[in-house]
Design a protein around this ligand. Structure first.
Ligand code: SF4
Length: 351
């Protein structure tokens, strides 16, 4: 490692030509989005200048620890956080800025064109109504189907997500479903109107490993079946490695690394990403390697550290000096693989 900073010139991410297994049509294009909350204790910098594209047919993962801004980013895209203030940037949906849409138009987009799958189906499902009624409701609201037709489609959709005896299950209440079945019901609700984009926020966190794998398989099958894109928000890099095409790593509201899953796993460009990878069992190689957790904990988003927000936890930080004083900008490590570190990976990685 040298002490010489290799600052490079900050450049805009080259996103337009990069896509995974999808058809290439850009569905969602988030540009330099900055959003804050005002609280009694100060301003929470929840999302600080993130930029990414999601294409039809692709799974785009947003990864980071709790409080890194990944869920807030998705909720901001959906317009689900009334107290958040977007300070700058654009959220382009098929070329139109969602930030210009009124609430009526946003309501039609939500559930109709973009649907969200939440991590806790028990709080998202109404305990009073049957699962079938709740799934059918989506088609009544967004597609104006009659009660009978909506229920018919609900049963077909419950079948599609792998719920056995769907007609019988449709008449049951959420508490009569297992955790995995409830999550499948949530997916059924989300896909009732064949949305172009599914945003899945930690969709399998509450499930055991076997059920997790089954639910994720359903998600991938559904994506192919309805030709949608998926934004997958997760802290689980194992899930990302198996499923996603492209990914963005977030830290303290910042986008610190962006690229294809292969680039990020095999040519890691940011020390925080390396820390995340070191703290989980090796997914491809040496299964006996020791796990090394990242020291410390994520910073407060009200009083973020100066310079690089990761510097108090970074093993490669040069303090006092560059890392604690200057905020790194995203720059290209090659072919659109972006990293927000003052140093290229050649500089910081032990050789
Ligand atoms: Fe670590 Fe410095 Fe790079 Fe931040 S800029 S990730 S502190 S080496």
């Amino acid at each position: 490692m040298t002490d010489q900073v290799s600052p490079g010139a900050p450049v805009a991410p080259k996103l337009a030509s990069r896509h995974g297994s999808g058809s290439g049509e850009v569905l969602l294009s988030v540009r330099n989005l900055e959003a804050v909350f005002e609280t009694g204790d100060g301003i929470v910098h929840a999302v600080d200048g993130i930029t990414f594209d999601v294409h039809r047919g692709e799974i785009f993962a947003i990864v980071g620890e709790s409080g890194s801004g990944k869920s807030v980013s998705a909720m901001t895209v959906m317009g689900l956080l009334p107290t958040i203030k977007v300070r700058s940037g654009e959220i382009l949906w098929k070329g139109e800025n969602l930030l210009d849409f009124d609430e009526n138009r946003m309501r039609r987009i939500r559930g109709g064109e973009i649907a969200m799958i939440f991590q806790d189906p028990l709080t998202a499902l109404n305990p009073v109504h049957t699962v079938g009624r709740q799934v059918a409701e989506m088609a009544r609201i967004h597609d104006g189907l009659s009660k009978k037709d909506a229920m018919k489609r609900a049963i077909e959709t419950l079948d599609l997500v792998g719920i056995p005896e769907p007609a019988k299950r449709a008449a049951m209440h959420p508490h009569e479903f297992s955790g995995g079945m409830r999550q499948r019901a949530m997916i059924a609700m989300a896909i009732m109107c064949k949305p172009d984009l599914l945003i899945a926020d930690e969709p399998t966190t509450a499930l055991d490993v076997t059920v997790q794998a089954q639910v994720l398989e359903v998600l991938v099958d559904i994506k192919d079946e309805i030709d949608s894109g998926i934004v997958l928000i997760t802290h689980d890099l194992g899930v990302v490695a198996g499923l996603a095409d492209q990914m963005m790593v977030m830290y303290a509201g910042n986008q610190v690394e962006f690229g294809t899953v292969d680039e990020i796993f095999y040519e890691t460009a940011h020390p925080y990403t390396e820390g995340l990878l070191n703290s989980i069992p090796d997914l491809v190689g040496d299964h006996s390697k020791p796990l090394i957790p990242i020291k410390g904990s994520p910073p407060s988003l009200i009083n973020r550290p100066s310079g690089c927000a990761f510097h108090p936890r970074c093993s490669y930080a040069r303090v006092p000096g560059v890392c604690s004083e200057q905020e790194p900008k995203l720059r290209d490590e090659g072919q659109g693989h972006m990293s927000a570190c003052h140093f290229t990976s050649v500089d910081w990685k032990p050789q």
